[in-house]
Ligand binder design. Structure first.
Ligand code: KIV
Ligand code: NA
Length: 275
């Protein structure tokens, strides 16, 4: 049996840190699951790292469902959370419930949406139909058109207080966990200490109850943006390009394929063929 929402909530009570990683496809998700990652998140960051969009705005429900289905086929142990993409939950509560249901039917155990207190009613409505919700405050990539862009949140007293209120409001609305994206270390710590549900930080300091990274950032295979908060454990893009260049030169020189990579006809059949 895979991890449940309750398992993740309990980890905070047991003071165990929660590891979260984004996943979008079967192959990498299988490896994340095998590595014992607690939560796989089908983030709408898929729009950027998998589809090449400039930001997450163009991502559709159909795309999110396809990624979620692929990851769910790979998942054995992790909890599976999927993002509600831009405009799949903002216009009405009915949209929010229907689209959350689609992600669940695609294999997710829970959904994630961006927004503080303003989303409280929507979140309660989704939870009321039996779908667990993860909150997401701080930097909210779906609304960066409105704000100053990709910047650290909660550096001033007022913005810090707003974030703390949002976190408490989300807990009250029924989220089982909250992502804190790019908030100051101090706000990350205060929020983590003032709610009973786990906080999952990305660029929000070591005092969050868990951490999340985009898997391509961790593996060093997405070179367009290199966020300061992401730790690169590998430089996979260099290794991949090196291997592909070797393959190309092997093809050009005729040193691939060799006999080992090829199939031969039966000798007798070959004789008959040549007659
Ligand atoms: O889409 C995403 O990858 C996310 C995480 C960065 C939290 O929302
Ligand atoms: Na996201």
């Amino acid at each position: 049996m895979h991890k449940t929402v309750q398992d993740i909530i309990n980890m905070k009570k047991e003071k165990k840190k929660i590891s979260v990683i984004t996943s979008y496809d079967y192959t990498l998700a299988s490896l994340c699951d095998r590595a014992g990652i607690d939560v796989m998140l089908v983030g709408d960051s898929a729009g950027m790292v998998m589809l090449g969009y400039e930001n997450t705005i163009p991502v559709t429900m159909d795309q999110m469902c396809m990624f979620t289905e692929a990851v769910s086929r790979a998942r054995k142990n992790s909890l599976l959370v999927a993002d509600l993409p831009f405009m799949s939950y903002q216009a009405s509560i009915e949209d929010a419930i229907n689209n959350s249901g689609r992600l669940i039917k695609s294999g997710a155990d829970a959904v994630k949406l961006e927004g503080g207190l303003i989303m409280a009613e929507t979140i309660s409505a989704i939870v009321d139909v039996g779908i667990p919700v993860m909150g997401h405050i701080g930097l909210q990539p779906q609304t960066t058109m409105l704000s100053e862009g990709y910047k650290v949140q909660g550096k001033t007293k007022d913005s810090a207080m707003k974030l703390i209120e949002d976190a408490k409001g989300l807990e009250e609305a029924g989220v089982f966990s909250i992502v804190l994206e790019m908030v100051s270390n101090e706000v990350g710590q205060i929020i983590s200490e003032s709610v009973n549900i786990p906080t999952i930080g990305i660029g929000s300091g070591v005092n969050c109850d868990g951490q999340v990274l985009v898997v391509q950032d961790l593996l060093g295979m997405y070179d367009k943006i290199k966020p300061k908060f992401a730790k690169r454990y590998m430089n996979l893009s260099e290794d991949i390009v090196k291997s592909l260049e070797e393959y190309r030169t092997d093809v050009e020189s005729g040193s691939f394929p060799t006999k080992e990579n090829s199939f031969s006809m039966n000798e007798e059949e070959l004789k008959k063929l040549r007659e």
